[in-house]
Design a protein around this ligand. Structure first.
Ligand SMILES: [Zn+2]
Ligand SMILES: [Zn+2]
Length: 263
């Protein structure tokens, strides 16, 4: 059975990825309204009943906006760690069915094995995920790290040997400096617990790409302190330098989904 990765959308106004086979799968974050997620799924010809669970990376609005309403409508569980759960419960942002995971412990959802890991970001208990699915006896690994101030040793270790790497490429440092944003916000974004800038992301790619990596999705681009063209140029230059013309590079978009990548 094939494995599909569908980026429903990404950026500071909402993030969501669907990882699935032909009949079911898991939604990583639900950062758009339920209505918007359903509209985008319809555009992709994906039946929302295929979603068997929602996994939450962290409690920020651009990752959880539609989580409660969508989970309750579909009557599916939301997988979340304890601190994030308490925060979302308090804010009435999480559905009725909840499964708590420990960031250091792997668990299964249907055919998918999930290994969460902590990431440095200014949320309650933010995590990234390594997700494994077996295809013809071989483990396919999808690494997801979004919203992270820097790539520490743990993140680097957990994102080794990915077949598909989904990594934040948030902002251009100069565009952030020159932007109209308030100084405190600029410092937050650029800080060690903020968001990964282009330079750091491209540097991380060099360390993380493995010979088995075939797909690279750059994710969570800032709408006013970055541009898809800039990110594509930087990433393509790095891939060329590394002699990696075998890699399918995709830049996630805020306003529309990407076509499903099938493996
Ligand atoms: Zn965040
Ligand atoms: Zn975010």
């Amino acid at each position: 059975m094939k494995l599909g990765i569908t980026v429903i959308g990404s950026g500071s106004k909402g993030n969501s990825i669907f990882i699935h086979n032909a009949s079911s799968g898991i939604l990583i974050d639900a950062g758009f309204s339920r209505k918007e997620i359903l509209a985008r799924l319809a555009k992709l010809n994906i039946n929302p009943n295929m979603i068997s669970a929602i996994l939450i990376t962290h409690d920020h609005g651009d990752h959880v906006r539609g989580a409660r309403v969508l989970a309750d409508q579909l009557d599916i569980p939301t997988f979340v760690n304890e601190s994030t759960y308490k925060h979302l419960k308090f804010k009435n942002l999480i559905g009725k069915k909840v499964e708590i995971f420990d960031p250091g412990t792997a668990f299964n959802i249907e055919e998918f094995k999930i290994k969460p890991f902590s990431v440095p970001h200014d949320a309650m208990e933010p995590v990234g995920f390594a997700i494994f699915a077996n295809r013809n006896g071989e483990d396919i690994k999808i690494g997801i790290a979004t919203d992270l101030g820097h790539v520490n040793n743990l993140v680097q270790a957990r994102l080794q040997e990915c077949d598909i790497l989904i990594l934040e490429c948030n902002h251009d440092k100069k565009m952030l400096r020159d932007s109209e944003r308030k100084l405190g916000l600029k410092q937050r974004i650029a800080g060690r617990f903020g968001h990964l800038n282009n330079e750091a992301s491209i540097e991380a790619i060099e360390k993380l790409l493995h010979k088995k990596t075939k797909h690279l999705i750059l994710y969570h681009l800032s709408s006013d302190c970055n541009s898809p063209e800039l990110v594509a140029n930087l990433a393509n230059a790095k891939l060329a330098e590394m002699n990696r013309n075998d890699i399918n590079l995709q830049i996630a978009k805020q306003d529309q989904p990407l076509n499903t990548i099938w493996i």
